[in-house]
Design a protein around this ligand. Structure first.
Ligand code: ZN
Length: 304
């Protein structure tokens, strides 16, 4: 049986844009429930300025709780060197870096050019690897940019190639930040990357991160999987919608992705009923904007 790795992002991507502060104990309860459901990889928070993203101010505490869970690889997303130093000192297993492949989105998001971001991140990759940490390099807006529209595939792949060249083992995520990728586009871009760039032992280095804004989240995950991608990001309860962006929905839901793989005979290592319990918990977080389909399908709920 083939096997996919689900990297859960609800505690970070799912929660970070929620307005009211989510209690630390609620965040930890969600992390625990996801771990109990079999999640073994999770983005648990972000070491970012609490002024910029108040919701992530307690990432240190959430991370310490996550580090106590057996077998769980904890990732912390960081925007810069300061965040990286915090992640290293706190003992995160993996540091998540990010930049956009389009100039206007990178400017809007981190107020830098792509070249400036890349130069900084390259230095952090070097130091993180030297410190024995795993690295995830996230490339945002690989398919569609809110300012520039559909991204030329060659332009996205140029950035994937540059990121890949930073370290022979580092994982690179091709991200559909707006949820406006099309499955054929995902198949071509992800497929090219999977075929072109592998680790020294031949294993894949490519991950896919998708949102469900246009209802194509699961189709895009299927396209990425069929193109050879074996690491998929998703968020329990489909969290990740931004209350300030009307119509914007969240990450593709972990329970929808789990159902997809279950129906395709691909192992996820997830316990279906415990995953639904975790997804219900995620969807019940005050102020959240949940998505996903499977929580609302009675027959699927009974199919424990
Ligand atoms: Zn995202």
């Amino acid at each position: 049986m083939s096997r996919v790795t689900i990297s859960e992002v609800a505690p970070r991507d799912g929660l970070q844009s929620i307005g009211p502060f989510v209690a630390t104990q609620t965040k930890i309860a969600l992390v625990n429930a996801l771990h109990a459901a079999g999640v073994r990889r999770m983005e648990v928070g972000s070491f970012v300025s609490p002024k910029a993203v108040p919701q992530m101010a307690d990432t240190g505490e959430v991370l310490q709780a996550a580090l106590r869970l057996p077998g769980l690889e904890s990732t912390v997303l960081v925007p810069n060197r300061r965040g990286f130093e915090m992640a290293r000192q706190a003992g995160a297993h993996r540091v998540g870096l990010f930049m956009s492949v389009t100039e206007s989105h990178n400017k809007a998001n981190v107020n830098r050019t792509c070249a400036e971001s890349f130069a900084d991140l390259a230095g952090i990759v070097r130091d993180a690897v030297a410190a024995g940490m795993k690295v995830r390099f996230n490339l945002s807006c690989c398919f569609h940019c809110p300012f520039e529209g559909v991204v030329p595939e060659r332009a996205a792949l140029d950035w994937v190639e540059r990121a890949i060249a930073l370290d022979p083992w580092m994982e690179v995520a091709i991200c559909d930040t707006t949820g406006n990728a099309a499955p054929d586009q995902v198949a071509r871009v992800v497929g090219h990357a999977v075929r072109a760039w592998t680790a020294p032992d031949g294993s894949s280095r490519i991950a896919f991160h998708g949102h469900d804004t246009y209802g194509m989240g699961v189709a895009n995950v299927a396209a990425a999987w069929n193109a050879g991608c074996t690491v998929i990001d998703s968020a329990a309860g489909g969290l990740g919608g931004c209350p300030f962006a009307p119509g914007a929905t969240g990450n593709v839901a972990t329970e929808d992705v789990a159902w997809l793989f279950r129906r395709m005979g691909v192992a996820t290592g997830l316990d279906w009923s415990k995953l639904l319990a975790a997804a219900d918990l995620a969807a019940a977080v005050p102020g959240s904007l949940p998505g996903g389909r499977m929580r609302a399908v009675p027959a699927a709920r009974r199919a424990a």
